[in-house]
Design a protein around this ligand. Sequence first.
Ligand SMILES: NC(=O)CC[C@H](N)C(=O)O
Length: 358
Amino acid sequence: MKKGYLLLETGEIFPGTLIGSQEESIGEVVFNTSMTGYQEIMSDPSYAGQIIVFCYPIIGNYGVNANDFEAETLYAKGIITGEICNAPNHYSSQGSADILLKGSEVSGLTGVDTRELVKTIRKRGTVKGLITSDIKQFPTIAHSDFLVKEVSTSQPKTYENPGAHIALIDYGHKKSILHALLKEGCKVTLLPYDTTFNQVKALSPDGVVFSNGPGNPEELKDHLAEIKMISTHYPSLGICLGHQLIALAFGARTQKLLFGHRGGNHPVKETSTGKVFITSQNHSYVVKEESLDLSKFEVLFKNINDGTVEGIRHRNLPLVAVQFHPEANPGPHDTTYLFSAFLKSINERTEVMSYAIN
Ligand SMILES: NC(=O)CC[C@H](N)C(=O)O
């Protein structure tokens, strides 16, 4: 048991015991309030560059297994827990969370006062942190926010199925998004983040999904013109980073929240009906409502806790984008209907429809 620390760039020090690779690691410290789903959270590529603090006091009690990964590897920079369970008990368990961290070369810290740490982040906002075995000066390392390239597929990959053909633009997709589309019977072609309109056109897909992903959406500003062309010409669904990119592409702006929304029980309200859905979320940035062109878009969902934009719909195009994760995993399945609604919008699209570029 090796003693370690989480040093925050704002000066606070949180002692604990090193777990996982036990290596020194620096990242943006964010917290997740989900009570379950630690394996899916740890393997969600949207956490690239971040150190995840689990608010739930014990992590690892039901182990990890081959089916619950959201990506091939873990991209997070570290894991912080109150307690980690090294004797998991579940019929599907194939190993412990600590062994997974070690095998994936991800560092971590357990035995940390996560309540105090979360209160600190809520006060300070998201800050950088260093997992280390000794207390030292906080390093000044140039930090890149352009993480999408690291987590996106480098080559197109096709998953055959008899249904509608969906191009899934991969900014660091969670496998659950791919699986939700395959479950709808779709053929899916996974495409690199920098795929152009002409490359999409060459595939003649029936629709396009813009995936989740890590970092600041503004880092992808060079791709916005292509994103606008693609989402103007094909029925499109944006999820999380994909939602932010669509909003930016149509001239809106994004801003960083003080400490983001990460958890499995974020309530959102459908503005047209007042109906509330409980959603899974993981994001730092939001679309600024006042920057949306309301003659072209309507706000489809709003977060009940802080009133931020959780979804938008184009008034004339079959284009919907949501800030939360309809694919869940972890989290409630209240909004999985958005995938079938997307497929419906594709099937109802008639040949004569032609969309003017907005
Ligand atoms: N899950 C995501 O796609 C996250 C989007 C973006 N990186 C954010 O933090 O807001």
